[in-house]
Design a protein around this ligand. Structure first.
Ligand SMILES: [Zn+2]
Length: 467
């Protein structure tokens, strides 16, 4: 656990001072540090540091903008010696100190598993001391741990992370926690007639899985559970509607980011003992153009009996999610939230800096998600969800088809999913922000773990209020 409770400041170690405009630098600090702090405060600089043989001392100006603090935490990571083992954060405002630490910790993430010289590349940071109570520190650490796990899963290639492996990783993650995990294997999925998941899996040599994660705390504020559904396409070639490689198929190990986000969120909620009853449903498979692959023109009977004409095998996410969404009915949920790297249209519309959100749930729920997104800077943009969009998904030979027209692909996909859900529904299309091709501050490069901090914030507020 990186973040630790500060007992006594050791001024000979690495330090970070967060200075307010009028606040005085720590009077117990050595004279040369105080002098540097005064000059820094009077300057226009936002960030500066002094370095000796023995220590690094960083200075950041106090900022009300939480995101600026997180980015400052990232700048700190870029300047801190790779081998530095510890850092003490000294600031007047606890909230600012935490958000700077959050940026630092998220920036400290590395995915080194496949490097021969991983040990040399690894950051040495082991302890970041902060003056706050142990419980809050523990909660922050556990939330960050959930984001790390989510990033790891997204960064793992399919040569390791098959559908079966994803289920096993989830089981491993929740070991020792009061959370129930149930993994359906292929025979059970066949018995249940999950036609969408089975159709997508037909071209693969790896079997599909369907993982259920249930966290039911004794003092849950909700009588009916929240069901979280996440797309677990562990690799997407597009199937017979094969994707091109550059900037497309080469990124598709990330097509299970929705699944990882939902498992990561339940993990953070369970570890931090939020009082919200949650069920996560994770349908998982790879999508390949194998000998028996499902084809454009196929008509598939889904878990709930709806028939779907497949016109593009690369629109596979909605096929596997539809079965999970209808399965959610078993829990009579208060709300169903779906997350998926679902459409290129979402990326075209708003890029990598936000998630497309839509749904038929009460506007208050959507507003709360929007507010959570702003607080944690995992922003969501609400799109229209009018019924006319479903017209694009009607087939002439089946109940629905799996692709719409040329426009608003993220909304028509959302309407397709909505067809399978009885409860109030929210859909998050995370195709843009879940995986970055270039480093973007503390979000890093590769899997970002987007959505975990968003949903955690949403659930934490629900846990406290149940409004
Ligand atoms: Zn696809």
């Amino acid at each position: 656990m990186l973040l630790q409770s500060l007992k006594k400041t050791d001024y000979t170690q690495n330090l970070l001072f967060i200075l307010s405009e009028k606040g005085k630098p720590d009077s117990k600090a050595p004279a040369h540090i105080q002098r540097f702090a005064k000059v820094f405060q009077a300057s226009k600089k936002e960030f500066d540091f002094l370095k000796t043989e023995e220590q690094q001392v960083f200075f950041i100006k106090e900022n009300k903008d939480r995101e600026k603090n997180r980015v400052a935490g990232h700048t700190l990571r870029t300047q801190l010696d790779k081998d530095a083992k510890e850092l003490t954060i000294i600031g007047e405002n606890e909230e600012t100190a935490f958000t700077v630490a959050e940026g630092l910790l998220l920036s400290n993430y590395q995915f080194l598993k496949y490097f021969k010289d991983a040990a040399e590349k690894k950051y040495g940071l082991q302890s970041v001391y902060i003056d706050s109570d142990k419980k809050k520190i523990k909660q922050y650490n556990q939330l960050i741990e959930a984001v790390y796990w989510t990033r790891d899963m997204v960064n793992e290639p399919v040569s390791y992370l098959t559908a079966t492996q994803l289920s096993q990783e989830i089981e491993k993650l929740f070991e020792g926690l009061d959370v129930e995990i149930d993994v359906f294997e292929k025979s059970k999925i066949e018995a249940l007639k999950m036609g969408g998941l089975l159709a997508v899996n037909k071209g693969s040599v790896e079997p599909p899985t369907f993982t259920i994660i249930e966290y039911k705390p004794k003092k849950a504020v909700n009588k009916k559970p929240l069901v979280l559904v996440g797309k677990g396409v562990v690799y997407d070639t597009g199937g017979l509607s094969l994707k091109p490689t550059p900037g497309s198929m080469d990124l598709m190990k990330s097509d299970m980011a929705g699944a990882a986000m939902m498992a990561g969120t339940v993990y953070a909620a369970a570890k931090n003992e939020l009082n919200v009853h949650l069920v996560a449903l994770i349908p998982a498979t790879d999508n390949r153009p194998g000998m028996d692959a499902y084809t454009p023109g196929d008509i598939i009977t889904m878990f709930d009996g709806t028939t779907v004409e497949v016109l593009n095998t690369d629109a596979e996410g909605r096929m596997i999610l539809a079965d999970a969404l209808s399965y959610s009915q078993k829990y009579d949920p208060e709300l169903v939230i779906n997350s998926a790297t679902l459409t290129g249209a979402a990326v075209v519309a708003i890029g990598t800096r936000a998630t497309c959100m839509m749904g038929n749930a009460d506007q208050k729920v959507l507003d709360k998600l929007t507010a959570s997104g702003l607080r944690v800077h995992e922003r969501v943009v609400q799109l229209p969800f009018w019924d006319e969009y479903l017209e694009d998904m009607k087939s002439s030979v089946a109940d629905l088809k799996n692709i719409g027209g040329r426009y608003a692909g993220m909304i028509t996909a959302g309407k397709f999913l909505e067809h399978f859900v009885k409860a109030p529904f929210v859909h998050l299309d995370i195709a843009g922000p879940s995986f970055l091709e270039a480093t973007e501050n503390y979000k890093g490069k590769g899997g970002t773990g987007v959505g975990v901090r968003l949903l955690y914030d949403f659930l934490e507020h629900k846990s406290k209020s149940n409004a």
